[in-house]
Design a protein around this ligand. Structure first.
Ligand code: SF4
Length: 718
């Protein structure tokens, strides 16, 4: 408790932002609810959390606005005669249980789908995965995190045997001599993280940014490479070619710590710099300069984000950047290596604990008999009753209304965020039954038969796992408004109604205790992490086994093997990689074109991304006045040369048309983009919905859609 100047008593709760994967630390301080419609808390600075040291972006600073009952759901809604009307909890839960039960009886368990979100806490993600497999018995579960970083996850597993977004803490970034940042606009997606790049440059390190647009992040770079969208696989291969040709490989590292080099080397040698220049538009002198800047310092890093990952060849593209790091001897060395900047708040934890179609808690594989036995024992069920792997997110959405007849959806808004969104919206409308649990009436919730209003970050306790692999405790600061319940409560009530009376506690700590046991011995081992530790420490990095042993990730925590309390593992791969032989694996990859290249009918490339004042589908941030005022709607960014050819005028509407649909938004003319490419942010529904246009072509390994590039034509409207 503390006392304000006017004598009021206030309480301060240290917690973390509800939005992106940086999971900035913040304090929530209670304030008098002066206008009667406020939330009773404001965000105040929290300088003791080392990742953001008090800095927040506008989204974090304004996050309490969403707690207001003026913008959120406060009562369950049930569709009657085509209209959503307020209802009691029992009626709403009965309707959902009946919808799921009827579907299961008539069409079998796999006719029930479950769709989760990267914003759910670890406890909720774990409970949702368990609910799907134990209560519904369905294999059809996936989540929107599939759209976020699954190509980097697949690339990391292939090369290192493990997927943790960053294998080192962010504090290592400024100590590198050079960082290549590929397809990330940190200045808009997570502004407080930009200081790591600023410090890098202040320390004399170099920053190279790879992005088709000269973004606010690219403006800070020592070198900006602007390849044609979808060609960064070729770019990485061209760089590796030069590394070999110039004799800059680390032969001792390759010999001692890797396998598969000869095949990867041969693939790179087929990508001559002049050939790569023709594919990418990045000149040979720029390629040579990049290699010089990257290879000369002792410690260097490659960090990727959605740019290289959201492609139908995303896994191979990530693999090509990892190959560059391995050939130069970087991963597992101080202030060096490859990392992925995960996007969603709990994108990392959400993919570790069973929300993904092919996974069980602890990052175990659903098709591994030993993993099934372990988790089934924790769950108290026969392993043979657990379903096998299901469909990936887009494939699941595409199957709605066909063999999937009912869907339970939590914390996701695919009507705005899925590729080929008009088609996904049509599939959602064709379901026999749709139930949505969310904080607000999102565009997807508007289509539901039942909508449940649930608690959010400041109203509940739970853990998330940041982009560093740091497990964090979000603490409850407020009592939720009357009529709102937690997702854990929803799952418990539904399990009860569907005949499973045990195994779904509503206390988050109780769920976490079970998660610890389920994850023990798995790749993402949380068994040594407790709420008590999280309350006392600045988070704990997994793997963190309960017995102090090294775990399967290849590195004992820095406290060393045999420590009674494992200290967590901030840095992975120092001694060995998490593969069977302890070596990292090169993967031979080759350039290939986009799933949809421009042609005479659709001659321009569309790429999509974010703006600083909106988050993901905008379901939350579009309801915050200050953010809306800063970023009120979509736009089409295009180069003056393309604008001249089209006769486009700044601020006037342009239609962007792809094989999947048409979107309209005002023109924003800038030399910051390539003349062959247009850009649209994807946060808005309706006429300006960028995902009406995007291509759902999937990466064969990660099943990630090709959000980042598709062929379009651009027309003046009227
Ligand atoms: Fe929140 Fe991300 Fe902004 Fe930090 S950078 S305040 S975590 S949205």
């Amino acid at each position: 408790m503390r006392r304000t100047l006017d004598g009021m008593q206030t309480s301060v709760t240290p917690t973390h932002c509800p939005y992106c994967a940086l999971q900035c630390g913040m304090n929530l301080t209670s304030v008098p609810d002066r206008d009667g419609g406020g939330t009773g808390v404001e965000v105040t600075e929290r300088t003791d959390f080392p990742v953001n040291r008090g800095a927040l972006c506008g989204k974090g600073r304004t996050a309490p606005a969403l707690l207001s009952s003026r913008v959120r759901l406060t009562t369950p809604l049930v569709r009657t005669d085509g209209v959503l009307r307020p209802a009691g909890w029992d009626e709403a839960l009965d309707r959902i249980a009946e919808g799921l039960s009827r579907t299961r009886t008539e069409h079998g368990p796999d006719a029930c789908g479950v769709f989760g979100g990267g914003g759910l806490t670890n406890e909720k993600a774990y409970a949702l995965g368990k609910f799907a497999r134990v209560v519904l018995g369905t294999s059809q579960i996936d989540y929107n995190g599939r759209f976020c970083m699954s190509s980097a996850a697949a690339g990391g597993i292939k090369a290192f045997g493990l997927d943790r977004g960053l294998p080192f803490p962010l504090e290592d970034v400024p100590k590198a001599g050079c960082v290549i940042l590929v397809g990330s606009n940190l200045a808009e997606t997570m502004p407080p993280a930009l200081r790591y790049l600023t410090e890098l440059r202040e320390n004399g390190g170099k920053l190279i940014v790879v992005d088709p647009r000269r973004t606010r992040t690219a403006e800070q770079a020592d070198l900006h490479l602007a390849p044609r969208p979808g060609t960064d696989l070729a770019l990485a291969l061209g760089l590796l070619h030069l590394v070999v040709a110039e004799g800059r490989t680390d032969e001792a590292y390759i010999r001692e710590r890797t396998s598969g080099w000869e095949e990867a080397r041969a693939a790179a040698m087929a990508h001559w710099p002049e050939y790569v220049e023709r594919i990418t538009g990045v000149s040979v002198p720029q390629l040579r300069e990049t290699v010089r800047m990257f290879c000369e310092p002792e410690a260097t890093m490659v960090l990727t984000a959605r740019g290289p990952e959201q492609q139908s060849k995303g896994t191979d593209t990530v693999g090509a950047w990892i190959n560059l790091c391995l050939a130069t001897g970087r991963p597992g060395r101080p202030f060096s290596g490859y990392g992925c900047l995960t996007g969603q708040g709990n994108g990392q934890g959400g993919r570790e604990h069973g929300q993904k179609a092919d996974q069980l808690p602890g990052y175990r594989k659903l098709d591994d008999p030993a993993a099934r036995r372990h988790v089934a024992e924790v769950w108290g069920v026969d392993p043979d009753t657990l379903p096998g792997p299901g469909r990936s997110a887009y494939e699941l959405l595409d199957a709605l209304g066909t063999d999937i007849r009912a869907l339970l959806l939590m914390a996701s808004n695919p009507v705005v965020s899925a590729p080929r969104a008009a088609h996904v919206e049509e599939r959602l409308r064709s379901l026999d039954f749709l139930a949505v649990a969310d904080v607000v009436l999102s565009e997807t919730a508007e289509l539901a038969d039942v909508v449940l209003p649930v608690t959010q970050w400041a109203e509940e306790t739970g853990t998330t796992t940041s982009l560093e692999g740091r497990v964090l405790l979000r603490r409850q600061a407020l009592t939720p408004p009357e009529g709102i319940r937690s997702d854990l409560h929803v799952l418990r009530e539904l399990a009860d109604r569907l005949g499973v009376e045990k195994g779904f506690p509503t206390d988050p700590e109780e769920v976490f205790e079970e998660l610890r046991r389920a994850s023990a011995g798995g790749p993402a081992d949380y068994s040594g992490i407790t709420y008590r530790r999280l309350a006392e420490e600045d988070g704990v990095f997994w793997p963190c086994p309960s017995d102090g042993s090294a775990g399967p990730a290849g590195s004992a925590g820095e406290g060393g093997e045999g420590a009674v309390v494992h200290p967590g593992t901030p840095r992975l791969f120092l001694d060995r990689f998490a593969t069977a032989d302890g070596r990292a694996r090169f993967v031979a990859v080759h350039h290939r074109p986009l799933a949809e290249e421009p042609d005479a009918e659709y001659p321009v490339l569309l790429t999509t991304g974010r703006v600083v004042s909106q988050y993901q589908s905008g379901a939350q941030t579009r309801r915050v006045d200050e953010l809306n005022a800063a970023a009120p709607g979509p736009f089409v960014e295009l180069h003056p040369r393309l604008a001249e050819r089209l006769g486009a005028v700044e601020g006037e509407p342009l239609a962007v048309v792809s094989r999947r649909g048409r979107a309209v938004a005002p023109a924003r003319i800038t030399t910051a983009i390539r003349p062959d490419t247009v850009f649209m942010p994807f946060h808005w529904p309706g006429e300006g919905r960028a995902n009406t246009l995007t291509n759902p072509a999937l990466d064969p390994t990660s099943r990630m859609p090709e959000f980042k590039a598709c062929a379009v034509r651009v027309e003046r409207v009227g």
